[in-house]
Design a protein around this ligand. Sequence first.
Ligand code: ZN
Length: 181
Amino acid sequence: MRFSKIIVRKCYIICGNHIFLVTLHTRVYFDDYFVFMTTDEKYMTMALHEARLAYEQGEIPVGCVIVADNTIIGRGHNLTQMLHDVTAHAEMQAITAATETLGGKYLQGCTLYVTVEPCIMCAGAIGWAQISRLVYGAPDPKRGYATFAPQALHPKCTVTSGVLADECRQLMQEFFADRRK
Ligand code: ZN
């Protein structure tokens, strides 16, 4: 599957004494787009794609992908409304998908990318699965594990935070602003 997005640019064309404002729509394929990104940004963009799928379904927009050897082996987005299940967070969906792909319950050597800092429950699941690296976008000071259960991850797990944090946070803010309308 090849992902793409439309990038809209506004520019001015000066012709004699007239100035025209034109809008250009360019379809950019993620393969091309990724060239300008770090590896973490590339996979966080994929997690953001998952988060947008959640948004479109009226779910709180959190998305997750799990990567092993530069391949996505599991992906998921928040499905708590649809499944009537408070445990159906993006990370839980992605961990289940990844273990099905690998055929084992541990995800050593894998990196989990999630758009928002995991909650205590998901951090526990990330720990149980022995995921080696966690990368998240926006921090969640109210519900995030780092404040309440910083030891929940596997002791060898390394953490990178703040990757594409503005985009991740903006999506959440848009969702809640939409809901208040
Ligand atoms: Zn969670």
